[in-house]
Design a protein around this ligand. Structure first.
Ligand code: ADP
Ligand code: ZN
Ligand code: ZN
Length: 750
């Protein structure tokens, strides 16, 4: 960190050491003026810098420092109360070092933009209150002179409360009339704050706690013991899908709330798991406003209001995705990380922190209990239970008494090649869907889309249509009749013939959700089919509308990408089909098998949640793969044991830390040459036991017009890699035309 001190000696001053916003971790000292003695570590302040003002975060208050000359004073406090708690300040500094990013970048994660600037003032609205009702004679006079004023008076008088929002009286057009009435003493205009609740007008009926089965009761008792301070270890709750984990969370949360403490619940993504939010809102409906939602698609205003509700302690339960791990929950007693294995907890751009790992750290620092829940825990967490670092809680039976669904694996290699179904649907799956539709039951079909799309390839010369900026095949979109690059968004027209050999036979290879939807419509003309993919969900509210219709049984078949495998709970679904199970296995990623296993097991858990037994059909070209076979048998222990042994043998995570160092530049040679230089220095500086690969082009060698080169670093200590890489990167003094990305504990290797 760069420390610059402002000018000449003066002893005995109280000063604030301020981390400046947006200045690359520059730290400056400022005198605390007499009127601002409330400044502490974590306060947001405005300060003079040269001839302008800027904002920053107080890192430390220095009591008896010595400075060269007089310090300039702070200008003002941006927020009345400290914004970042001492624990969150510690976490910001810890994470900055662990992930090798500026502290200021971590502070940006902790304090949402609208709160940082306090720009989004609380939303207010004007309300007009009737203070005096004129007699008939006066009213007639008003009516003759100003009919609009008389209308306002009559409208207010007719209502029960004698007060109406200005908006209902005609909005700003009615304001002059109201002002005039106010002058005459008939009405008063008031400002009223409106809390922008992201859950909107939805009503949540109070739900009562269920009587727990023995497995749930044992898990709850263990969590309660930890809350009471008898076990400080993080707890891994491994419970099969439908084992009633959420009910355990709800009852644990209630107890923590009764003790006057706060609760933080992390979920992979709110829009995909709306029922978790709804179940908390319902269970705590007796405490209105106690549950705050932090949603990635929330407006700035909503975020501002919910953040302040949590910060003031008005809302004591916060629910949100990865970034909510920094929610300012007061007196934190319990953290729950639901679906703790979910890859979305890892942020894929800088700062590349892991939400679950930060949650574990935060719980330790706040003395809170943490529960990591999943049907398919990450191998990282499982390994931690094996070493005794985490406690293990298990729930192996489904709470609703349902059996786990029967899973069939179908070898697509032996399917007859029927042109009509283009290898999308096997005969067996097609018949199973027909059967379910005939019985008015529902079907979920999953298309694993990783690296798979509808692309153009010439059958005569093999030419592929690729994005000129990204060296990736472009995807054909029916609705726009365009080719689109999913890496950079580049659009192109569909060629009539091959640009290479002029063959007109250029055809569409592979398939995406749109293509499958078209095939399904053809196979099942009577069925109501809905598609969920990134294109559909880009529209705000589209996803929740689709899920709502599916729940209301207005849809028969839900077709979607991986995203629909998360936490959905539909009693009407009795058949789940996985169209292409093995695609996830073809990516260069040490967690490919783990992800495939988790995906298949989770999706299988979606079937048969109601009264009818469920069935799962997995179509694959590699039926013998371990990930597929263990998922078929719902054998999480078997998978974990085999896979952990393999990881240990290959020295992959969780037995080591993997970091990916990527250099990007518009100039290919510059990127390649610079990485070679950096690599040489790192190879010399890294201690024995740390392995670094030779520099190589990234699997996606070019994206957004930038060439990408990378090395992978394997190390027993992530700290060593972060420290040495940051030092060597700083020494290289890269110019503007090079971007360096260091991904500690990487989850993506593309
Ligand atoms: P999980 O989160 O482990 O997937 P859920 O909490 O969604 O499981 O529970 C699955 C179903 O079982 C839900 O419909 C839930 O209401 C029901 N359930 C949970 N606990 C009990 C219980 N103790 N008795 C009866 N039903 C229960
Ligand atoms: Zn060709
Ligand atoms: Zn592109």
């Amino acid at each position: 960190m760069q420390e610059l001190f402002s000018s000449a000696p003066a002893a005995g001053t109280r000063a604030a050491r301020v981390l400046m916003d947006g200045l690359n971790d520059m730290v400056l000292d400022y005198a605390i003026p007499p009127g601002m003695q409330g400044v502490v570590r974590g306060s947001r302040v405005q300060v003079p810098l040269r001839s302008r003002h800027t904002t920053g975060t107080v890192l430390q208050v220095v009591e008896d420092g010595r400075w060269e000359g007089e310090l300039r004073p702070l200008t003002r406090l941006v927020n009345d109360e400290p914004v970042v708690s001492p624990v969150l300040m510690d976490i910001a500094e810890w994470a900055a070092r662990y992930y090798a990013v500026p502290v200021e970048q971590m502070i940006r994660c902790i304090v949402p933009e609208p709160v940082r600037q306090e720009r989004h003032e609380e939303k207010t609205r004007k309300v007009v209150v009737l203070t005096e009702w004129p007699d008939d004679e006066k009213l007639n006079k008003i009516n003759a002179r100003a009919p609009r004023q008389a209308a306002v008076l009559r409208y207010l008088h007719a209502g029960d409360t004698k007060r109406e929002p200005l908006a209902d009286l005609g909005g700003s057009a009615a304001l002059p009339a109201c002002r005039s009435l106010e002058k005459q003493g008939y009405v008063r205009i008031e400002e009223e704050t409106v809390h922008r609740d992201p859950a909107g007008k939805e009503e949540f009926a109070l739900s009562r706690p269920l009587e727990l089965n023995p497995e749930q009761a044992a898990a709850l008792a263990a969590i309660n013991r930890a809350v009471d301070g008898q076990d400080s270890r993080p707890m891994l709750l491994q419970g099969v899908t439908g084992s009633g984990k959420t009910e355990v969370y709800l009852q644990a949360a209630r107890r923590v709330m009764d003790q006057g403490k706060g609760v933080l619940i992390l979920v992979p993504e709110i829009s995909l798991t709306p029922q978790t939010m709804a179940r908390f809102k319902s269970r705590f409906a007796d405490l209105p406003g106690s549950v705050a939602i932090l949603h990635s698609a929330m407006s700035d205003g909503e975020r501002f209001d919910e953040w302040h509700a949590i910060h003031r302690g008005k809302a004591r339960i916060a629910i949100g995705p990865r970034s909510a791990v920094f929610a300012p929950v007061q007196n934190l007693g319990l953290i729950i990380v639901d679906e703790e294995h979910d890859p979305s907890y890892k942020q894929e751009n800088s700062p590349r922190y892991h939400g679950r790992d930060i949650a574990v750290l935060r719980a330790a620092k706040e003395g809170a209990t943490i529960v990591l829940g999943s049907a398919t825990p990450s191998l990282e967490s499982l390994q931690n239970t094996r070493t005794g670092k985490y406690a293990m809680l298990r729930m192996d039976k489904r709470a609703d008494g349902q059996r786990l669904p029967l899973t069939r694996v179908l070898d697509m290699r032996s399917e007859p090649k029927d042109k009509r179904y283009l290898g999308i649907l096997s005969e067996r799956l097609r018949m199973a869907i027909d059967e379910r539709l005939a019985k008015a039951e529902q079907v979920i079909l999953l298309l694993n889309r990783r690296g798979f799309a509808r692309t153009l390839q010439c059958p005569d010369c093999g030419f592929k249509v690729e994005c000129p900026h990204c060296s990736l095949p472009m995807t054909y979109h029916v609705t726009e009749n365009r080719l689109i690059c999913h890496m950079c968004g580049h659009r192109a027209v569909v060629p009539r013939c091959c640009p290479e050999c002029r063959s007109t036979g250029i055809l569409l290879e592979g398939y995406g959700t749109q293509k499958v939807e078209a095939v399904l419509q053809r196979c099942f003309p009577q069925a109501r089919i809905k598609r969920v993919d990134a294109d559909v969900t880009a529209r705000k509210g589209a996803l929740s509308a689709i899920l709502h219709d599916f729940r209301a049984r207005k849809t028969d078949i839900l077709l979607g990408t991986q995203m629909i495998s998360k936490g959905l709970d539909f009693p009407g679904v009795t058949l789940v089909g996985v169209l292409n199970a093995d695609l996830g296995l073809c990516v260069p990623d040490p967690r490919a098998a783990e992800r495939t296993f988790q995906l298949l097991t989770q999706v299988a858990g979606r079937a048969g949640r109601g009264d009818i037994d469920g069935e799962v059909i997995i179509q694959t070209y590699s039926p013998e793969a371990g990930a597929i076979q263990f998922a078929r048998r719902h054998d999480t222990d078997g998978f974990a044991e085999t896979e952990l042994a393999l990881r240990e043998q290959l020295q992959y995570p969780p037995f080591t830390h993997l970091a990916v160092l990527t250099l990007r530049s518009g100039q290919e040679e510059l990127a390649q040459f610079s990485l070679a230089t950096l690599h040489r220095r790192l190879a010399a500086a890294l201690p024995p036991g740390v392995e670094i690969t030779e520099p190589m082009p990234a699997p996606i060698a070019k994206a957004h017009g930038q060439f990408r080169f990378q090395c992978t670093i394997k190390s027993p200590s992530a700290r060593t890699v972060a420290d040495i890489c940051s030092r060597e990167i700083a020494r290289m003094n890269f110019g503007e035309e090079i971007t360096v990305a260091l991904d500690i504990d990487a989850y993506s290797f593309m």
